[in-house]
Design a protein around this ligand. Structure first.
Ligand code: NAD
Ligand code: 0WE
Length: 254
């Protein structure tokens, strides 16, 4: 393939259940060269073991709450790859206490952290990536239905995802003239590390499967193939959009 191969960076690999991993597998199968990031030393070994299964893929550490770590990541990517064609942002965090109890009790610090890690990080990563995307390309982030309708206990994350979806539209406007498209995938609930600690998740998955037109839950591979589609030529007319990969759950009124 040589220099016809496209390169993407995927941020947010924790383990084999991560949506980032499902996306990595689909992009790899579609012929992409991948740089995959994990948050810290604690996740390094597991991430590197997974990345070793994808020939040509490389791992990088990056905590997106630090500007210097984002700057260093993109310096490394510029040196190693020169040009980037794709960015996947699969990162979110709110302090655990904020995902319990009532939204009205959201703390100033919990609000700040949720928005810093889950929303501002997209803006910072996109700003750092854009100068490397000299041939145009695509950016994809992950959101959830709690951005637009109340999901009990999703709380400040719902507000952060609403800001994330609005950020996608503003970024799409800024980067459109450079041939860079920015979209969000709104995934149905999936049992990942970020969802496992959530009390009542099993009940949620059950009722999601009952209410969704497809009568089942989403397979992370379906989120992966949608990301691969959005980053491919097939998605060339789509930008600023939130695409639902939720087995149709969001269309239901009753
Ligand atoms: P996950 O735990 O596998 O991935 C979340 C990742 O965010 C982890 O790799 C974690 O290390 C990373 N992260 C958190 N803080 C970070 C920081 N400061 N710097 C760098 N990385 C950081 O869980 P997931 O479900 O795959 O989540 C990925 C994305 O998908 C998130 O944006 C999440 O909101 C979204 N999402 C998840 C679901 C679901 O039900 N699992 C549904 C819709 C959307
Ligand atoms: O976006 C998410 C989860 C994001 C998340 C998860 C955690 C758990 C561990 C962010 N921060 C943290 N902080 C932690 O300490 N999802 C879409 C999955 C999810 O989370 C929920 C859900 C669903 C679905 C929380 C409450 C209710 C439903």
């Amino acid at each position: 393939m040589g220099d016809t191969q496209k390169t993407a960076v995927i941020c947010g690999l924790a383990n084999k259940r991560s949506i980032a991993w499902a996306i990595a597998q689909k992009l790899h199968a579609a012929g992409w060269r991948l740089a995959i990031t994990y948050q810290n030393e604690r996740l390094e070994q597991e991430a590197k073991d997974l990345i070793a299964d994808l020939p040509g893929a490389a791992g990088f550490m990056c905590d997106v709450s630090f500007d210097d770590q984002i700057a260093k990541l993109f310096e490394q990517l510029k040196t190693q790859y020169g040009v980037l064609h794709g960015v996947v942002h699969s990162v979110a965090f709110a302090p655990a206490e904020e995902l319990k109890g009532e939204f009205v009790n959201t703390t100033r610090e919990g609000f700040r952290i949720a928005h810093d890690v889950s929303v501002y990080s997209l803006i910072a990563v996109v700003r750092a990536a854009a100068p490397l995307m000299t041939e145009g390309g695509g950016i994809v982030t992950l959101t959830y239905y709690g951005a637009e309708k109340v999901v009990p206990r999703y709380n400040v994350m719902g507000v952060a995802k609403a800001a994330l979806e609005a950020s996608v539209r503003y970024l799409a406007y800024d980067l459109g003239p450079r041939g860079i498209r920015v979209n969000a995938i709104s995934a149905g609930p999936i049992k990942t590390l970020a969802a496992r600690g959530i009390s009542g998740l099993s009940d949620m998955l059950k009722s999601h499967a009952e209410r969704a037109p497809l009568k089942r839950n989403v397979d992370p591979a379906e989120v992966g193939s949608t990301a691969a589609f959005l980053l491919s030529e097939a998605g060339s007319g789509i930008t600023g959009e939130t695409i639902y990969v939720d087995c149709g759950y969001n269309i239901m009124g009753f």
